[in-house]
Design a protein around this ligand. Sequence first.
Ligand SMILES: [Zn+2]
Length: 261
Amino acid sequence: MPELPEVEHAVRRLRGWIATRAIVRAEAHHKAIRRTLTPRRLASLQGRAVRDVSRRGKHQFVHLDDARVLHVHFRMNGDWAWVAPGADAPRHVRLTLHLDDGARVVLTDSRALATAVLLDDVAPVLAELGPEADDPALTPRAFHAMLAGKRTPIKVALLDQRLLAGVGNIYATEGLWHARVDPRVAAGALTLAQARAVLTGVRKALGRGMRREGRYAEGDSHEFLVYDREGAPCRHRDGGTIRRIVQGGRSTYHCPRCQRR
Ligand SMILES: [Zn+2]
């Protein structure tokens, strides 16, 4: 599932393809997309110039010259692809933006869970999001205060976008391993030192993902330090063996030896 680094790199690619272009036509190819991008809304995109592409958490915003915003969320495995003039589109295209240079930008998604919505105002989306996980303005002390009173396990709390925007299952798992904190400990029970370690650990994991150009995809388990490594030796070289547990319906991997309560 694309998380902050994957979405950030997707936004950078998309910005390079469309930020100075105009949309000459838009097509939706799946009923889930057509529910929000009706024929009338798709037609309203015709001739619109793109001003910029931005990101907040895992949300993408294509800013149009009429002040509207195309809000896209990849969900499980959405992605963008650029298609040269006259070339065949890749598989699983859900949305096509035909550009004024003859190229196309397409939203691909084999699961058809990605969403695309036209908004007049992004404020309601932003209001649901906590600070960016990698925002240097978020201090360990402020993060610790945000966790106060929370009885949910820290791993589950990290997935709540109202707490930290951009973190998902992989980076939460990896971050807690860097922090040497047990994913099952109640978020509100963390000491300030542990909260600092978790914030630093999550940022370290996100930084690794950013350097891999957001290609930290599921299936590339050799790229992970603890995620998807059940039964393998802990890379902290402490003799521990990675265990898999399920929290909130999602797999969590941890080392019982170094990730203490
Ligand atoms: Zn360990």
